[in-house]
Design a binder for this molecule. Structure first.
Ligand code: DGJ
Length: 749
């Protein structure tokens, strides 16, 4: 898979679908030659060098060779200031204030599989699943080594990259920037796609055209954030969901990041991805190494769906924590009770939901310390005896006796001003000396760069897991970090704070999951404020958004699916009117949206009508029947929710079964008759039985059987819409209507 042409100093990483080629340039630094669909290996790729003649007004390192300028070269890991004027991949500073570097090639090494990155989450692969190339470069003056690591997956169009720097000189070096990847492309005819939003409207898909200059998405909030996600796409203008070229970039990291595209004055594109250089620096003493997080690059010439499917497979098989069992249908008490509950009330909710078929009961915020509102007790991870006079273990045991699993909410990284922990350890709070500390949801953040903080929380959480025989943790994080500073770090190391903080979070997660390997973990940050690839390495799923409105969820889940598999998206059916939008959406549509996620409920089952309880029983039955298909199949986006209609589907491996969801957001008068939805990726020559899941929770089997080719090319006729109060043919009426179909090949019967 990895060719090395030592006479020409060319490296070609090639698998069945992609090629990635770079070489050592005449100055000893690395030049980028090609990335894209697989091309054949050959003796020399010199023909791929784009500029070989002098370009006016460029600076050049060699007097006798004006044609060689870094400004006109595509590079692998560029630095600024020696004839390249674009933003660089790295910057190191010496004690005299100089920031010029010159890393020249020194050696390479190839090994099977993939090594771990110290203290950081990353994709993993067995020896037969991937091959890794490590390139070492040396700066003679800095006496520093730069190591670039490339892993090519054997059966996926996936390349991962990371970098590390080691200081070998006596004096310290100051690292001001080390990106995980720099990626130069010869043209700029791309669109830049990213997932952006805010609290309760996370990860909506945005698109911009590339223009000369810099465009970027980033976070400097101490978490990946609601506002931007560490993920970006470069796609050709003509690329659709189903066809065309696309390159997807994802960073396996949960803190401050930068994803930046720069189009220069020659129309070439540089994409940088990694830890945000703003507020970052790292002191490297002799012998110290700094490792970047991992960046993932996916290529597809099958459109955005093609790219997403590669990411989903990669994440399922090589990143996200795995469960041995199916993910349970859960009920979470947050929107049912908020802080207002006691043991009796919770047990009633659990018992009623067990009757409906729910498998996991999750007790959200408010069970610890004196927590009766969001103003107190974070950090006091011992049970609230007013609410649980007999202790939490008793409630847990009672729920477990019902045959249900028991789960709990924690917010480990936080501390309330009013808490016992604050009295004992005020020095554990993140605060800048002599400055006032800002509040966020009335709370402060604990300094996770301190080992004693991580140790303390490990011990507290571990005790509760053991005493309650906990099956599930919801790990929340409800504010951004301000006044960032650690009193455990010396003055010149304050730039290390944010990265050290997240290393502390990762360490705690690593220790807890090692000690309790079967526990299901759902991360959360005020909804989807830290829904990222780093957290998913330690967890199974993430709470997608605090917005549980099924219509808003269409665009949130649609955007999230660009990168993340649907079984990682926490999705619940909640009460109406919805608590975030006050919208009333039919119960059927609330479930039809939540089916394409982890699936669960977030309401008080005791307040449901008898009729709704029966419908919910059927919803849970339907979900359980198709859970393995929904959580293990191939997800395909069909219609973008911005068009007033949304549709998506999941198919099984051989196309013999599929589940389709169709959503009509606002009703319109006099709609077209027999609107059809094309169902791709079926087997054209097989006949399919079509079953619809009706709003009353019943399954309707009375559909015409259709051939795969008809479903793919002509489509599945959707239900007739409401056509005025006097029309007899009205099958469905009103806004927010949805349909779910299950298709199976008759050959499977
Ligand atoms: C924010 C979460 O996103 C909610 O689901 C809930 O757990 C609250 N925090 C509890 O404080």
């Amino acid at each position: 898979m990895i060719y090395v042409n030592e006479s020409k100093m060319e490296f070609h990483l090639q698998n069945e679908s992609i090629s990635y080629i770079f070489h050592v340039m005449k100055n000893g630094q690395l030049g980028q030659l090609y990335y894209g669909k697989r091309i054949s290996q050959k003796d020399s790729f010199a023909s791929l060098i784009q500029v070989n003649s002098p370009t006016p007004n460029t600076a050049h390192p060699y007097l006798e060779d004006p044609a060689f300028s870094l400004e006109t070269r595509l590079q692998e890991f560029p630095s600024y200031g020696t004839t390249d004027f674009r933003d660089p991949a790295l910057e190191l500073e010496t004690e005299n204030g100089a920031t010029i570097s010159n890393f020249v090639y020194s050696s390479f090494e190839i090994h099977k599989g993939k090594k771990k990155i110290n203290g950081l989450p990353a994709t993993y692969a067995a020896d037969h699943e991937a091959e890794t190339l490590e390139i070492r470069l040396w700066d003679r003056l800095l006496e520093a080594e730069l190591k670039l690591t490339y892993t090519l997956f054997a059966d996926l169009p996936v390349l991962t990259r990371s970098a590390s720097i080691t200081n070998h000189r006596l004096e310290a070096l100051k690292l001001n920037r080390l990106m995980s990847l720099s990626f130069d492309l010869p043209t700029s005819d791309y669109e830049f796609l990213h997932l952006s939003g805010a609290w309760a409207r996370e990860r909506n898909l945005k698109k911009r055209k590339l223009e000369q200059g810099i465009q970027a998405i980033s976070s400097v909030r101490g978490s990946s954030s609601h506002a931007q996600n560490p993920f970006a796409v470069l796609k050709k203008e003509e690329t659709t969901e189903f066809s065309g070229e696309v390159i997807g970039f994802s960073l396996v990291y949960s803190s401050n990041f930068l994803a930046q595209v720069e189009v220069d004055h020659y129309g070439t594109t540089r994409f940088l991805l990694g830890i945000h250089p703003f507020q970052f620096s790292w002191e490297l003493q002799k012998g110290d190494t700094f490792d970047t997080p991992e960046a993932i690059i996916v290529f597809s010439d099958h459109g955005l769906n093609g790219m997403s499917q590669v990411f989903h497979t990669l994440y399922r098989e090589h990143l996200v924590r795995k469960t041995n069992t199916a993910k349970p249908v859960m009920i979470n008490n947050w929107e049912a009770t908020y802080f207002d509950f006691d043991e009796e009330k919770l047990f009633e909710i659990a018992s009623a939901s067990q009757q409906l078929g729910v498998e996991l009961f999750v007790l959200d915020d408010g069970w610890f310390g004196k927590r009766n509102s969001d103003k107190t007790s974070l950090g006091d991870w011992f049970v609230n005896r007013d609410k649980f006079p007999q202790g939490l273990d008793t409630l847990a045991a009672k729920i477990q006796k019902l045959g249900m699993q028991f789960g709990l909410w924690f917010e480990p990284e936080m501390i309330s001003k009013k808490s016992e922990l604050m009295t004992e350890h005020p020095d554990w709070v993140i605060q800048t000396p002599d400055r006032t500390s800002s509040f966020g949801r009335n709370q402060f953040v604990l300094d996770f760069s301190k080992q004693e903080v991580v140790d303390y929380l490990y011990q507290k959480i571990d005790t509760i897991i053991k005493s309650t025989k906990l099956s599930y943790i919801k790990w929340d994080m409800n504010r951004n970090i301000t006044e960032a500073y650690s009193n455990s770090l010396p003055v010149h190391r304050q730039g290390e704070f944010f990265h050290r903080y997240i290393l502390g979070v990762y360490q705690l997660l690593e220790r807890l999951t090692n000690a309790h390997p079967t526990i299901l973990i759902e991360t959360c940050a005020g909804g989807g404020g830290r829904f990222d690839s780093g957290m998913l390495y330690y967890s199974h799923q993430a709470w997608t958004s605090d917005n549980t409105d099924a219509i808003d969820r269409l665009s949130i889940q649609y955007g999230t699916s660009l990168l993340y598999p649907i079984e990682t998206m926490g999705s619940h059916v909640s009460a109406v009117p919805n608590h975030q939008t006050y919208r009333t959406v039919p119960l059927s549509t609330r479930a039809n949206t939540a089916f394409f996620g982890t699936f669960g409920y977030e309401l008080d089952p005791l307040k449901l009508s008898e009729e709704d309880r029966e419908i919910i029983k059927n919803q849970i039955k339907f979900f359980k029947k198709h859970r393995s298909l929904l959580h293990g199949g191939t997800f395909i986006r069909l219609m973008n929710p911005t068009t007033n209609q949304a549709a998506w589907m999941v198919r099984n491996g051989d196309g013999s079964a599929a589940i389709v969801g169709y959503y009509n957001i606002l009703a319109g008068a006099n709609p077209a008759q027999a609107k059809k939805l094309r169902i791709p990726s079926l087997n054209p020559n097989e006949a399919y039985k079509i079953v619809s899941f009706e709003p009353d929770g019943e399954v309707d089997e009375k559909h015409e059987r259709l051939m795969g080719d008809e479903l793919m090319n002509s489509g599945l006729a959707l239900k007739l819409r409401f056509n005025g109060v006097n029309a007899e043919m009205a099958e469905t009426a009103g806004d927010f209507h949805s349909e779910v179909y299950y298709l199976t090949s008759l050959l499977e019967e």
